[in-house]
Design a protein around this ligand. Structure first.
Ligand code: PRP
Ligand code: ZN
Ligand code: MG
Length: 225
């Protein structure tokens, strides 16, 4: 069932942002029943529906106006914006709030045995990543001539598999790098979660509901400080 009078919010189904985003919605009084394997959750006390999707899809859903709101990591948002701009697609959104969870960094990591002398060591090398646009922007800024190898997952095994010389991936605890014999070499983007709204006209009732949600969110966030 999809009802366009209900506010639609995209949330990551499973991952770094899921629990904190859902907890935040619950903390501001939105009653939700999330059932496993269901892509949509209807609030029982507000005209709000949650769409539970892959985080990678959230920027596009907001920028295409398929959902009204979304919780997303700045890394994913910035990557998708660059990708859509390059493809000539609409890449607009409104940032409503910066949130204090979902922290991670996008970093270049190299095999422990590599003699890494700074970013120049990547000159002429292959770097595997899920974030080719952010990585290529970084290389351009630093005047590095390296090629990016796009992988949607298992980026950390690329050097061992002989697919790339280094990687550029998200790091939070560093456990994944360590388990794969890699060390963090350069941080290229620091990220946290943000709450965003689609650009363009919003029906009055929906905008009113959003305006009620934001101060409540601020209250919850400040209480945690
Ligand atoms: C990221 C990254 C690593 C992991 C690193 O994946 O791809 O697999 O986190 O975290 P660590 O430093 O704590 O070991 P994640 O699944 O969180 O993000 P994604 O859903 O965007 O791939
Ligand atoms: Zn992702
Ligand atoms: Mg991952």
């Amino acid at each position: 069932m999809s009802d366009s009078s209900r506010l639609r919010i995209a949330v990551q189904k499973k991952g770094r942002l899921s629990d904190d985003s859902i907890a935040l919605l619950k903390a501001i009084g939105i009653k939700l029943q999330i059932r496993d394997r269901l892509l949509i959750a209807h609030s029982t006390n507000q005209p709000i529906d949650l769409l539970l999707v892959r985080d990678d899809d959230i920027p596009g859903l907001v920028m295409d106006g398929v959902v009204d709101l979304g919780f997303i990591g700045q890394n994913e948002l910035e990557e998708k914006m660059l990708e859509r701009q390059a493809a000539g697609k609409k890449a607009e959104y409104i940032e409503l709030r910066r949130l204090d969870y979902g922290g991670c960094r996008l970093s270049i990591a190299v095999p422990n045995e590599m003699d890494y002398q700074g970013i120049q060591s990547l000159q002429g090398k292959k770097v595997a990543t899920t974030y080719p646009f952010l990585l290529e922007r970084f290389f351009k800024e630093k005047n590095i001539n390296a090629s990016t190898v796009m992988l949607t997952g298992s980026v950390e095994v690329a050097p061992r598999a002989g697919v790339a010389d280094a990687i550029c991936d998200l790091v939070s605890t560093g456990a994944t790098l360590e388990a794969n014999g890699l060390q963090e070499a350069d941080e290229i983007f620091v990220s946290k979660a943000v709450f965003i709204q689609r650009a363009g006209e919003m029906p009055e009732a929906k905008q009113a509901l959003i305006s009620k949600m934001l101060p409540r969110m601020d209250g919850v966030t400040q209480a945690k400080e």
